[in-house]
Design a protein around this ligand. Structure first.
Ligand code: AMP
Length: 407
């Protein structure tokens, strides 16, 4: 495996798996281009070396082959704009031409790929217009592989899928002709730092709605973390498992035994699990609900905990501040509603402060990323992961096919 920054793409056609699965509105305007902007540095390095880039991605979940709604042609203009920001304001920066092939394999794709000159980009049509993509079909992967000289995987968001373009394709390239792109490299380095080279104390902050989604990640972290903070809706299942009264707070009754076992295992492994001492409770799941602060294990009947309380914020912030490694996945409360966002915001601020004091912090998982963005703190943590499901599986200790295929 070569290192991306050391690889010279001069004269090479790089076949790059990107994650351009962006949300589009009814007029096909891109409503959030984060996934596209995240991979621009990878494409630019290939072009700056004197190579060309052939980009392949999926978009949405097309069920019946080619469908206009899921065509990647809707992204061409914006991709061109992103790649030509400098050329628009400077007379010396070259204009990057972006071509589109309305099939990801077949004659047109091959012809356009062959004609591509250094500094040019070709975007292929949606890979998932072929069922073979998700099936990990070898013949399909081989056809794709013929389009490029070197394979670059920059799609961390799909690294947990053993699809043709994310994993299977790698076998058709020699070891020195397959690399992670810059985005993927950053994700892997950050995740490995937290999982395998963490400086102690290491605190994992786990929140969100459901215990069932986070059991495997908690179990894996019991082997590595010093402290585990549990907040959000899932905390109340743990509270009830410890004998607390939780009113009508979120609870997964079929997970009470699991919660007991996790608490027990943590004791044996000398990992401190911290549950919120107090909660902001509401009489309704509503932005305008009446609220009161109560002990989290004494929530009155008819009330529900929707955020961690001020005592919990203080205790959690102190733990975060003395930690050298921080992993954060999942909000502390219903941060989408103003009345219940203080817990998540305070924790985000504590993570930012600890990072300023030298801790390494990794934030991942859709809602915690949305939270740090909402509070404008994304640039004050060490790394914000772009891969929701992939990140979760990595921290559950699973081998991600997209990573294994290149390593
Ligand atoms: P997840 O996708 O499991 O990480 O959960 C994120 C969702 O959990 C967010 O939409 C939050 O609003 C929600 N959530 C966080 N805390 C609570 C809570 N105490 N009660 C109900 N929902 C919550």
């Amino acid at each position: 495996m070569s290192k991306f920054s050391e690889y010279n793409f001069k004269g090479q056609k790089a076949l790059v798996r990107v994650d351009f699965n962006v949300p589009l509105d009814a007029e096909f305007n891109i409503t959030d281009d984060t996934r596209m902007t995240a991979t621009i540095p990878t494409i630019k390095k290939i072009l700056a070396d004197g190579g060309s880039a052939i980009l392949m991605s999926h978009l949405g979940r097309p069920k019946d082959g080619p469908t206009d709604k899921y065509s990647l042609k809707h992204l061409v203009k914006h991709l061109s704009d992103l790649l030509n920001v400098e050329s628009k304001s400077s007379t010396t920066a070259p204009i990057v031409r972006v071509f589109f092939a309305d099939d990801c394999i077949g004659e047109q794709a091959v012809l356009t790929a062959n004609m591509l000159k250094p500094g040019e980009v070709l975007l292929l049509e949606n890979l998932r217009f072929y069922k073979e993509e998700e099936k990990g079909d070898e013949a399909f992967a081989e056809k794709l592989s013929k389009l490029g000289d070197v394979y670059v995987n920059d799609a961390f968001g799909t690294a947990h899928r053993a699809h043709a373009s994310t994993a299977v394709i790698a076998k058709f390239f020699a070891a020195d002709k397959k690399v992670f792109g810059l985005l993927m490299e950053g994700e892997v380095i950050s995740a490995e730092k937290v999982l395998h080279h963490s400086e102690k104390p290491f605190v994992a902050i786990i929140g969100g709605a459901k215990v069932s989604d986070k059991i495997l990640i908690i179990e894996n972290l019991l082997e590595r973390a010093t402290d585990i903070i549990i907040g959000g809706g899932m905390a109340y299942t743990f509270m009830k498992a410890r004998g607390g009264k939780i009113g009508k707070s979120l609870c997964e009754d079929d997970r009470l035994q699991t919660a007991v076992e996790i608490l027990e295992k943590a004791k044996q492994k000398n990992v401190s699990i911290h549950l919120p001492e107090d909660s902001i409770c509401a009489d309704n799941f509503d932005a305008k609900a009446n609220t009161q602060i109560t002990q989290s294990d004494a929530v009155p009947d008819g009330w529900m905990g929707l955020d961690i309380g001020p005592k919990a914020v203080g205790i959690f912030s102190e733990i975060i501040n003395k930690s050298k490694t921080i992993l954060w996945n999942g909000p502390m409360g219903v941060f989408e509603m103003e009345k219940f966002q203080n817990g998540t915001k305070s924790i985000a601020l504590a993570v930012a402060e600890s990072t300023r004091n030298g801790a390494f912090s990794l934030v991942g998982g859709g809602d915690s990323v949305a939270a740090v963005n909402q509070f404008h703190l994304a640039d004050q943590v060490s790394y914000v992961s772009t891969g929701g499901g992939a990140m979760l599986e990595y921290f559950e200790g699973k081998v991600l096919p997209g990573i294994a295929a290149i390593k």
